[in-house]
Design a protein around this ligand. Structure first.
Ligand code: F6R
Length: 615
């Protein structure tokens, strides 16, 4: 993880770097630092804490002038978060400076070798080893910085996105990538370097995304040269036009990104089905599916791999695909799948789901499946991300940038894409009648409006949150399509409020969790009218007789659950299959309000980072 930013050009680099780091804090926020060349010397300021702490610190430490600079916001891997372990790191001579996102796995043996040659280390990081390795190569081989970086990286095992410069030649910045994202914004005689495009979006819409195993030498007034790290061959730069704009990555009047993103869901879902769901023509158009229809129709099974919230979307998709398209589906945690020698054949289709498109385990699972001949389809939000590029085909969720660490609109748009896919395949297979197909299109088209209606319970949910904010544990129960939503609700609560929460299939309660229920235990039960309603009502009765506090998520107009529950939150009526798109909304709001009432950092919860690019 970690976010990196760099600038080389005629402007003051410091404000660009600081603002950029703030936008990248979703990638890590346990320490931050900046290095600038001020015209005569290298100035470095770094600290444990957030970018705001860095701003205060650099105010006292450095002059903040200079038009070449690099900055870093960290999510610790090697070495605890403290001032010394913060990036940038400087080589022993004091000449070279580096920022790094990733992990150098063989850093210990490289370090020992460097120590035997007289190098010393201040920090516990793998990054300080890398910058000294580069320095050592530069001296031993008597080569320029770019070449030294290349030779050093060929000795490294692991993942990296780096930016390095030499204070004696500050008009040149060397960058490289393997397994961690790196984008270069191309301005007029200026260059921006960043983990994603958000730090430079107001300066330029032209960006180059480095591919794995590529490095670039960026020279002021001279441009950018990209090479393959392994064989030194030159690569033709491919400049992409960015679609994103600044408003999309700002809070727009909301207190937190998470709340803004919860409220953006009607639009995000609409944007995701727009141009794909053509109700009047009664068709679904998805290029990635049309072009590969045979692969899907001939597949023995679909394997879905993902992590966290995306994995929950995969579980919902399992129900939808099997129900509509009658294709067997298995859903796997990417981190388990890749390490367990799974049986994969050429007749398997693997769907990888990822908001960031950078999750290391999901990426590794894709590579494994590809190596066994499976067809790999990606469902990603970030355009041009590693997963989007690594898959054979795919469909983007058009959620827009998701900045809050807790995933919200990514989840509902992933379900939207997966539902469209399942419907399209069901139509092609003939497992859905044309009238049912039309009914589903119509209902899916109405979901954004129903999400809008669900959001109206916000104040009521805030009031419920206030009652339960101080409890130590929560249970979430759901059945069928809403079992994964129960898991997602519990995940949302624990990650931002730090309250322990568990999600369970409601019927499993009797097999263990029921022992936890007493008058202090709030239980959120998803009890919509369609999904096994009578059975859920019985489950609620079982909770009631053990004095548990019931928060029911019910269909508008519900009577039975209302009589039993302590609180109910209503959502509009919809098809059971589409209900996760609505039931998830109150759960997002509940976790949001509890976390705010507890004064937690909602957008940047402790120990987490938005994209998990380490294994
Ligand atoms: C939870 C959350 C994480 C991510 C997970 C996968 O709110 O955000 O659990 O869902 O790290 O990330 P992506 O979807 O980027 O692969």
């Amino acid at each position: 993880m970690c976010g990196i930013v760099g600038y080389i050009g005629p402007r003051e680099a410091y404000p660009i770097i600081i603002e950029g780091l703030k936008r990248l804090e979703y990638r890590g926020y346990d320490s931050a630092g900046v290095a600038l060349f001020d015209g005569t010397d290298l100035k470095v300021s770094k600290t444990k804490g957030k970018v705001a702490d860095l701003e205060k610190r650099s105010e006292q430490e450095i002059t903040k002038h200079g038009s070449v600079g690099i900055g870093h916001t960290r999510w610790a891997t090697h070495g605890v978060p403290n001032d010394v372990n913060s990036h940038p790191h400087i080589s022993n001579s004091g000449d070279l400076v580096i920022i790094h996102n990733g992990i150098i796995e063989n850093y210990e043996s490289l370090k020992q070798e460097l120590i035997s040659r007289g190098y010393t280390f201040k920090s516990d990081t793998d990054t300080e080893v890398l910058i000294n390795l580069i320095e050592d190569v530069k001296k031993q081989e008597k080569v320029k910085l770019g070449k030294a970086v290349q030779i050093a990286l060929n000795q490294v095992v692991g993942a990296y996105a780096i930016a390095v410069f030499d204070k004696n030649k500050p008009e040149e910045v060397v960058i490289a990538r393997l397994g961690s994202p790196l984008a270069v914004g191309i301005g007029e005689d200026e260059f921006f370097i960043a983990s994603d495009a958000s730090p430079f979006i107001e300066y330029t819409k032209d960006a180059i995304y480095l591919e794995d195993e590529e490095m670039a030498i960026i020279r002021f007034h001279k441009g950018i040269k990209i090479r393959k790290i392994k064989d030194d061959s030159l690569v033709d730069p491919y400049v992409q036009k960015l679609q994103m704009n600044l408003e999309e990555i700002e809070k727009g009047g909301f207190d937190h990104f998470m709340l803004k993103e919860i409220y953006e869901q009607p639009k995000a879902i609409t944007d995701t089905y727009r141009g794909r769901l053509l109700r009047e023509e009664a068709i679904i158009k998805m290029a990635g599916i049309e072009d590969n229809m045979k692969k899907f129709l001939n597949a023995d099974r679909i394997i879905i791999v993902a992590c966290g919230t995306s994995w929950h979307a995969g579980l919902v998709a399992e129900y939808i695909f099997e129900d509509l398209a009658r294709i067997p589906v298995e859903v796997e945690y990417a981190s388990e799948f890749r390490y367990r020698n799974p049986i994969i054949t050429e007749k398997d289709v693997l769907i990888a789901i990822s908001q960031s498109g950078e999750t290391a385990d999901t990426l590794a699972a894709i590579k494994l499946a590809k190596s066994k001949g499976a067809f790999v389809f990606g469902v990603c939000n970030v355009v041009g991300s590693s997963i989007a590029r690594e898959t054979h085909a795919g469909a983007y969720t058009h959620a827009g940038p998701e900045i809050g660490v807790a995933s919200t609109k990514a989840f509902t748009t992933q379900i939207t894409v997966l539902t469209l896919m399942a419907l399209r395949l069901a139509r092609a297979k003939g497992t859905i009648s044309s009238s049912d197909f039309r009914r589903h299109l119509l209902e899916l088209e109405m979901i954004p409006q129903k999400v809008e209606e669900s959001l109206k319970s916000d104040a009521h949910i805030k009031m419920i949150s206030d009652i339960y904010k101080d409890v130590g544990n929560f249970l979430y129960l759901g059945r069928g399509y809403n079992f994964p939503v129960a898991l997602e609700g519990a995940l949302k609560l624990k990650e931002i409020s730090y309250i322990h929460a568990e999600g369970y299939p409601a019927a499993e309660m009797k097999h263990g969790p029921i022992a936890l229920i007493d008058e202090n235990m709030p239980i959120v039960v998803i009890a919509t009218r369609k999904g096994h309603y009578e059975k859920i009502v019985s489950n609620i009765q079982e909770i009631k007789s053990r004095k548990g506090k019931i928060i029911g998520i019910v269909t508008k107009g519900d009577v039975q659950v209302k009589e039993l529950a302590d609180h109910v939150i209503e959502i509009p009526e919809t098809f059971e299959l589409l209900s996760p798109l609505l039931t998830t909304i109150p759960l997002q709001l509940l976790s949001y309000h509890i976390a705010v009432l507890l004064d937690k950092n909602v957008d940047q919860p402790r120990n987490l980072a938005k994209s998990v690019t380490v294994e």
